[in-house]
Ligand binder design. Structure first.
Ligand SMILES: CCCCCCCCCCCCCCC(=O)SCCNC(=O)CCNC(=O)[C@H](O)C(C)(C)COP(=O)(O)OP(=O)(O)OC[C@H]1O[C@@H](n2cnc3c(N)ncnc32)[C@H](O)[C@@H]1OP(=O)(O)O
Ligand SMILES: CCCCCCCC/C=C\CCCCCCCC(=O)OC[C@@H](O)COP(=O)(O)O
Length: 295
């Protein structure tokens, strides 16, 4: 009996053979699924997107670590990420970069549709500009560490008081170290083809530092990317840098109006530049499409 068991165990492939077998199976399955299913394509593309960024982060860490935590490291991350748009066949058409003030600090605000925003962001990211990110990203393995080394400002969205203190500190850094800050004022990714109401942190930050706000609008991804439909093809995204909005002389009392005004101008541009492939951004007018989602 025992002899039989030993014999059958010997016939059973070892863990490495099993792993090789599964890898081969996966290699065969991916092209088959790729041909038949849009969802499979979506999952493969998203998995590769995140995996590739994590891999690039591993490469970036030792290079960035040479300088320690430094906003100049953001240039390295930017250079390493710029090619991803080619891998995915995403054309980024940028206009308005002349609106970036050449030397002074400022606050950039932009709409937030998906983690793909990273591509548009890296396309136009000015020098010495760091994003404000949710604290959870710090724990995204090598990507978190790379972000930390590049001076990304992390906030805990669950603790408003702490987040406000971090942003007040950022207002000081902006001025003392001539840094620009990039904020997604919607505060979360928004897939509904519009813009969520804006949180006011970015506007308080700009008013506290008395620096201009540069709004940036990225057109809807619906032509080539939709999380709900699990669709991810190639396509074009328009990126518009809008003229600076001055904040000199404004006080915290002016913040709600300032935020509403900027959101309104961004939403107008968003509607102008977003299309659904049939032209004119028709889906924006459909019920349940991009209605005014906020103030
Ligand atoms: C090789 C490659 C490696 C990897 C490469 C990757 C690199 C790139 C990384 C990019 C990462 C980008 C990640 C993007 C994100 O994570 S988006 C999510 C995080 N960002 C934000 O949330 C920013 C926007 N949020 C805000 O501004 C909020 O206001 C916040 C400060 C967070 C507070 O939010 P919340 O708790 O929801 O409170 P309210 O907004 O309702 O505010 C409460 C009242 O406080 C007033 N307020 C807000 N901020 C301030 C302030 N700074 N000073 C004073 N007062 C403030 C606000 O006005 C409210 O009061 P009223 O209601 O107006 O009276
Ligand atoms: C501009 C987007 C920056 C994307 C950075 C991509 C890093 C990808 C690397 C590793 C993948 C694991 C971490 C995935 C984190 C995705 C980052 C992101 O997009 O943050 C979303 C944040 O804003 C709002 O969060 P929620 O929409 O509230 O949950």
């Amino acid at each position: 009996m025992e002899e039989g068991l030993v014999a059958s165990m010997e016939l059973w492939p070892g863990p490495w053979t099993m792993l090789l077998f599964f890898l081969l199976l996966l290699l065969l399955l991916v092209p088959v699924l790729w041909g038949y299913s849009t969802s499979a394509k979506y999952f493969c593309k998203m998995a590769f997107y995140n995996g590739w960024i994590l891999f690039l982060a591993v490469l970036a860490i030792p290079v960035c670590a040479l300088r320690g935590r430094n906003v100049e490291n953001m240039k390295i991350l930017r250079l390493m990420l710029l090619h991803i748009k080619y891998l995915y066949g995403i054309r980024l058409e940028v206009r308005g970069t002349h609106h970036f003030p050449p030397t002074q600090p400022y606050v950039v605000v932009s709409n937030h549709q998906s983690s793909l925003d990273l591509l548009g962001m890296m396309e136009v990211l000015p020098g010495r500009c760091v994003p404000i990110a949710k604290r959870e990203l710090l724990w995204a393995g090598p990507a978190g560490l790379a972000c930390w080394l590049a001076g990304v400002i992390f906030i805990d969205r669950k603790r408003t008081g702490d987040a406000i203190s971090v942003m007040a500190e950022a207002a000081q850094t902006l001025l003392s170290q001539n840094v620009r800050v990039w904020v997604f004022p919607e505060g979360t990714r928004n897939h509904n083809g519009s813009m969520l109401p804006f949180k006011r942190g970015a506007f308080h930050l700009a008013v506290q530092a008395q620096v201009p706000i540069i709004p940036i609008v990225m057109s809807s991804y619906k032509d080539f990317y939709c999380k709900k439909e699990r669709r991810f093809t190639s396509g074009t995204c328009q990126v518009r840098v809008l003229p600076p909005v001055a904040t000199e002389g404004l006080t915290p009392d002016n913040v709600p109006d300032l935020a509403d005004r900027i959101r309104h101008s961004m939403l107008t541009v968003f509607r102008e530049i977003s299309t659904d492939g049939r032209g004119g951004g028709d889906y924006l007018k459909k019920p349940g499409g991009a209605g005014e989602a906020g103030p």
